[in-house]
Write a protein that binds this ligand. Sequence first.
Ligand code: SF4
Ligand code: SF4
Length: 183
Amino acid sequence: MAYLCSTFYCVNASNYITDLSVIAAEAELKEEENRHFLQSLKKYDSTELDGMAHAVNTEVSTAVDCTACGNCCKTLVINVTTDEVDGLAAYFNEPRDTVKEKYIEESQGGNFFINVMPCHFLKDKKCTIYENRFTECRDFPHLHKPGFKARLAGTLNYYGMCPIIYNVVEEMKSRLGFNEVSE
Ligand code: SF4
Ligand code: SF4
């Protein structure tokens, strides 16, 4: 992946912004604009929006290199299913209880999650158990799923930390002709 860097930020060859500090700053600046964008989607058909969002997500996800980012692995609580705890034990060839003790915390409600942030398995921005990573890791940032409009409020919670989300949302604004001044 080719990157073009100025003093201020890096964009990749597709002109998507990937610098996390720029994206975090943009999130603060655009908080109100994003609220208005969310409201502006009411007038669109959900299925048509999904078609556009999935196409945009494919383009952005192809261009943005997650192995140069790893920010979700540093900042999100990763939920893990019981089967995935078993899978982790099998992968490391260790007893389940040992794996739980090392890597997993259990909530009062009995749910499992990775017990540290950044995640144990992140090294140099890359997942060291990539083929065995958890469903939650595979699914984030969920933009391949149906319901872009219904999900956008939740998606925007991560707009300032995930380059894929940031660029998908900005590209959707552009393709929909969203204009903060006139909306
Ligand atoms: S999903 Fe988003 S936050 Fe996670 S590594 Fe990829 S670009 Fe970074
Ligand atoms: S298991 Fe891998 S993909 Fe999932 S949070 Fe940890 S390092 Fe990231």
